[in-house]
Design a protein around this ligand. Structure first.
Ligand SMILES: Cc1cc2nc3c(=O)[nH]c(=O)nc-3n(C[C@H](O)[C@H](O)[C@H](O)COP(=O)(O)O)c2cc1C
Length: 171
């Protein structure tokens, strides 16, 4: 039985999804650090982690301690994008359901190495996108987010995860 939501967030968008999921499911919610003291090992959890270079942050640490019922990667890309890349880079077992959720981006919320990486990324990938004449609507959103920041956390994006959770309750 799934007993908790555990998450790793850097700039706060993954924490917002974890909170939203908590409101909808009534499951208790913990950051990965908090969970260490609060949650017994081998508890079954829903894990959410932010995506860095396709890698779901904190996933491997969480998987060592808990049983992951499903994993949600919070990213800049559209919800449902990058599933193959994230599964492969994070080494998520094929049996574990995986979702990606569009989070947000705010350069002012980043510090140190992460800020530097995104400044480079905004210059390179951002420039590439800006010069592209046949951008898709998803790429328009990405470009706008890189240039001006933005928060795309929404209940609508979380819907597939909520539907999956409801399905689990019936088993
Ligand atoms: C260093 C760095 C690398 C990132 N790499 C990716 C990526 O590979 N794909 C993506 O869609 N978003 C990427 N992002 C965007 C974050 O996943 C996104 O901003 C997310 O909402 C952050 O969640 P948080 O606020 O919980 O930290 C990256 C962000 C940073 C800072």
């Amino acid at each position: 039985m799934i007993t908790a939501i555990v998450y790793t967030s850097n700039s706060g968008y993954t924490a917002q999804y974890a909170e939203l999921l908590h409101e909808k499911t009534n499951l208790p919610v913990y950051s990965l650090d908090q969970a260490k003291a609060a949650l017994p090992e081998q508890s079954e959890i829903i894990y959410l982690g932010w995506i860095m270079a396709s890698n779901m942050q904190g996933y491997q640490k969480a998987a060592k301690r808990y049983r992951i019922a499903c994993a949600c990667g919070v990213c800049m890309g559209a919800s449902g994008s990058q599933l193959k890349e994230v599964r492969s880079a994070t080494k998520i077992d094929a049996s574990i359901p995986l979702f990606t959720l569009q989070g947000g981006f705010d350069m002012n919320k980043l510090h140190g190495m992460y800020k530097l990486m995104m400044q480079v990324m905004a210059k390179t990938a951002g420039k590439g996108l800006a010069e592209k004449t046949d951008r898709t609507p998803d790429e328009d959103v990405m470009l706008d987010m890189m240039l001006h920041g933005g928060n795309y956390v929404s209940e609508e994006n979380l819907r597939p995860v909520l539907d999956w959770y409801t399905g689990q309750q019936k088993i």
